[in-house]
Write a protein that binds this ligand. Structure first.
Ligand code: HEM
Length: 204
């Protein structure tokens, strides 16, 4: 029997996700370039050193706006249910692909929900510290030093989370990336990865 197609993300959700995704990658690359001379070549993504220095905070503004929309659109779906807490307790079975022992996930599994909350928190750290660092003349040297540290550690944390997120959404689980490209997934994918959501969508 042909595998039916289910609709997972609408156009607005995908646009918001990709504004956040593209701006985040640009910020990460240029931020690392400012911190590590060996990575300076990455400033080419924003037109070279001087223009990257000017554009980085403006791309940050776009990222911040994107995150506000992302949080507004998805927050209702991201609170952890009892099943999600059990899913977290069984995460080793998820990691070893022993799906018989993984509690059924809804539209998002608990790992995806945690990722949403961590990235939301990091976005606040990025934006607050970034704005202060953008206008250094208005703040004391001690505060700016803390902001530099916060911005730096948020970069490392956000970068590591992004690597895991991209890996899980592409290489680890084929059939997932299309959800963020044309908005659809196959019914088989949904039944396997998000049985609770599959049931809601198909009634069985
Ligand atoms: C740049 C490369 C990125 C790729 C290839 C990518 C890929 C994906 C894919 C395929 C999904 C759908 C997962 C599903 O249907 O279950 C997704 C969802 C999501 N993405 Fe991304 N993404 C990227 C960047 C980002 C960034 C930078 C953020 C936030 C800072 C982000 C936040 C989210 C969130 C919150 C979701 C919904 C929950 C989840 O699936 O984890 N993504 N992404």
């Amino acid at each position: 029997m042909a595998d039916r197609i289910l609709h997972r993300f609408n156009f607005a959700e995908r646009i918001v996700h990709w504004v956040v995704g593209v701006t985040f990658v640009l910020l990460l690359a240029t931020g690392l370039a400012f911190a590590y001379p060996a990575l300076f070549w990455l400033t080419a993504l924003l037109g070279g050193g001087p223009s990257a220095r000017v554009l980085h905070p403006w791309v940050g503004v776009l990222f911040g706006i994107g995150m506000v929309f992302m949080i507004a659109i998805w927050i209702r779906d991201m609170f952890l249910s009892d099943t999600d807490w059990r899913w977290l307790g069984a995460v080793r079975h998820y990691a070893t692909r022993d799906s018989a022992n993984v509690p059924p996930a809804g539209k998002y599994n608990a790992g995806q929900k945690m990722f949403f909350w961590f990235q939301g928190l990091l976005a606040v750290v990025f934006v607050v510290s970034g704005v202060l660092l953008w206008f250094p003349a208005s703040f004391g040297a001690g505060l700016l030093q803390w902001m530099r540290l916060a911005h730096y550690f948020a970069t490392l944390g956000g970068g590591l989370l992004l690597i895991v997120h991209v890996y899980l959404g592409t290489i680890a689980y084929p059939g997932t990336a299309r959800a963020m490209i044309d908005g659809t997934v196959t019914e088989r994918w949904a039944r396997h990865h998000h049985p609770g959501w599959h049931e809601e969508q198909t009634g069985g």
